[in-house]
Design a protein around this ligand. Structure first.
Ligand code: NDP
Length: 255
């Protein structure tokens, strides 16, 4: 296979959870650009349909599918719908996530549980449900979206639940990778630094000093800058890679 062809996903079926804005939207566009049929799986149907329409307008293949990752029955239904309409899932991108900024002593139980419900339990629900299908087919790739926050403690904002949840995502990635390698299912994670999305308001003045001026590259990333790394992990270009956490943070975590 020619080197660049190994990055193609022609005819493959990819699901992107939380694919209707921010990083997930960029991942959906990237996967469609290399030939995948992309299911955009999130709660806001309207936004998912808008992203699907945009991809289709560019010549790609995409469809919106309803999903709240925290509800196991919805995860099952999402898999049934995608399998029926597009085919069995070749690539799962576990991207849906949430974050709150609050000092640990002030975190209410609802916020702690919400972060773990979406970032860890939701990711687990999707990985297990879609993973079972992949195991049966002896084929599949899962890319979990972790974060540099799984390695470092961010500042000035405190976000204890988020940081712990992303460390859990990284180690679950390794656990699943080891267990499912014999079934030809690869599991890797992408760990971004600060990227310009609703979750990371990189232009707010109170974050400038720590988020931008303290960063080796002196800037935040743009969602589309992660597309090539995501495609690498999702495609045969990374065929001998599993259980790896690929950090793409503009060097932020070096200091
Ligand atoms: P956004 O807040 O912009 O988008 C979050 C997405 O997740 C939305 O599409 C939302 O759609 C979806 N979502 C939230 N809850 C659920 C749920 N229960 N079920 C299904 N979908 C859900 O975040 P980003 O794009 O910035 O972040 C995407 C991922 O990247 C997250 O995992 C985040 O932790 C990670 N990340 C982000 C970084 C950044 O700097 N931006 C840095 C490192 C990691 P809807 O509301 O319609 O369900």
């Amino acid at each position: 296979m020619a080197l660049l062809d190994s990055f193609r996903l022609d005819g493959k079926v990819a699901v992107v959870t939380g694919g209707n804005q921010g990083l997930g939207e960029a991942f959906a566009h990237a996967l469609a650009e290399v030939g995948a049929h992309v299911a955009i799986a999130a709660r806001s149907r309207e936004r998912s349909e808008q992203v699907a329409a945009h991809i289709i307008a560019k010549g790609g293949s995409a469809a919106a599918v309803d999903l709240d990752v925290t509800v196991p029955a919805q995860v099952e239904r999402m898999l049934e719908t995608v399998t029926r309409d597009l085919g069995p899932v070749d690539v799962l991108v576990n991207n849906a996530g949430t974050c709150y900024h609050r000092p640990a002593a002030e975190v209410p139980p609802e916020e702690w549980h919400d972060v773990f419900n979406v970032n860890v339990h939701g990711l687990w629900n999707c990985a297990q449900t879609v993973g079972r299908q992949m195991i049966e087919r002896q084929s599949g790739v899962i890319v979990n979206i972790g974060s540099m926050s799984g390695y470092i403690v961010n500042r000035p904002q405190m976000q204890p639940a988020y940081n712990a949840s992303k460390a859990a995502v990284h180690h679950l990635t390794k656990s699943l990778a080891a267990e499912w390698a014999p079934y030809k299912v690869r599991v890797n994670a992408l760990a971004p630094g600060y990227m310009r999305t609703d979750m990371a308001p990189v232009d707010r003045p109170e974050f400038r000093r720590n988020w931008i001026e303290d960063a080796p590259m002196q800037r935040a990333g743009l969602p589309e800058e992660l597309g090539p790394s995501l495609v690498y992990l999702a495609s045969d270009a990374s065929s001998f890679m599993t259980g790896t956490i690929l950090v793409v943070d503009g060097g932020y975590s070096l200091w």
